[in-house]
Design a protein around this ligand. Structure first.
Ligand code: MN
Ligand code: MN
Length: 298
């Protein structure tokens, strides 16, 4: 068992990798860029710098709110004016850093982008031991409303634990009746989303990101083999179909993945869309609660 100190340095090192990757990747969010090249750059750079992707790099554009990552053969490119949300995770021995930014391609930051950034900043400003999660949600909601946008209530910040991306702790993006107090040493990601419409979500049929849940009896040998690989390589962290495509192009991955979902071996993170087609921005940082505030480590 690792000591808390070892854990903290792993979190901080994962975060400093993301600081570099964030900065470098922003230069690539330009019109004409292939999304596959953007995510491959980001994930490879994380590895070069000594970390591992904690989840596939998400590139969610315009009214796609979350959970999109391309497959290897995806031809999709970025276009001028697109709101591009880049959500990046890095882990070292399971200690996760999770961060996201939004760029309007080839244009200046506008209010939609500033709204989620300000909401995040205002939330971080009030965080200290004893602050209640619903109060943080209130600050986020009010800030986004001040810009005449709406928060996406179905998405929320979350506690981080080794090899667990979303602990039971949630930090809502709105005022909810129920809240509980944060304490020194808690590690969490805060991630406001702002929408130009009501901020409700609908689930797309499309799914590119999954995570391992449990072993179950499987008949199909390919699915069996794939489930073993998934468990070994990604443990309980999310993975992309794209990551498997690189090593198992002969295994009918898509068929096997669908098999594994049906058998409840893996969980599918379906692509999430703003239900009325509203445009969506996101800002996210990870932080450690300190004795008198917080340390943002991404
Ligand atoms: Mn994230
Ligand atoms: Mn997150």
């Amino acid at each position: 068992m690792k000591s808390d100190e070892d854990h903290l340095s792993n979190y901080r090192n994962a975060g400093s990798i993301l600081k570099s990757v964030k900065k470098e990747s922003k230069e690539l969010v330009i019109s004409g860029k292939k999304i596959i090249d953007l995510v491959e750059f980001i994930e490879n750079r994380i590895i070069e710098l000594g970390g591992l992707p904690a989840f596939p790099c998400n590139v969610s554009i315009n009214s796609v709110a979350a959970h999109y990552t391309p497959n290897l053969n995806t031809e999709l490119i970025l276009n001028k004016g697109d709101y591009v949300k880049v959500d990046i995770g890095c882990h070292i021995d399971g200690c996760i850093a999770d961060t996201a930014y939004t760029i309007k391609v080839d244009e200046d930051e506008d209010d939609l982008i500033i709204a989620s950034k300000e909401a995040l900043k205002n939330a971080i400003d009030v965080i200290e031991p004893g602050v209640k999660t619903n109060y943080i949600g209130k600050i986020i909601e009010e800030t986004i409303n001040d810009f005449n946008f709406n928060p996406i209530k179905e998405l929320c910040g979350h506690g981080l634990r080794p090899y667990v991306l979303h602990t039971g702790t949630t930090i809502p993006n709105y005022y909810s009746n129920i809240g509980f107090k944060l304490k020194e040493g808690d590690i969490l990601a805060i991630e406001p989303f702002a929408s130009t419409k009501a901020g409700r979500l609908k689930t797309s049929e499309e799914v590119y990101i999954f995570k391992y849940l449990q072993d179950r009896p499987l008949r199909d040998p390919n699915s069996k083999k794939l489930s073993k690989v998934i468990k070994q390589n990604y443990k309980t962290l999310p993975f992309a179909e794209r990551w498997l495509e690189k090593n198992f192009n002969n295994l009918k991955i898509n068929f096997s993945l669908r098999n594994l979902i049906k058998a409840n071996v893996i969980y599918p993170y379906n692509v999430l869309l703003e239900s009325e087609g509203g445009l969506v921005s996101q800002a996210e940082e990870s932080l450690i609660i300190t004795s008198n505030g917080s340390e943002v480590y991404t």
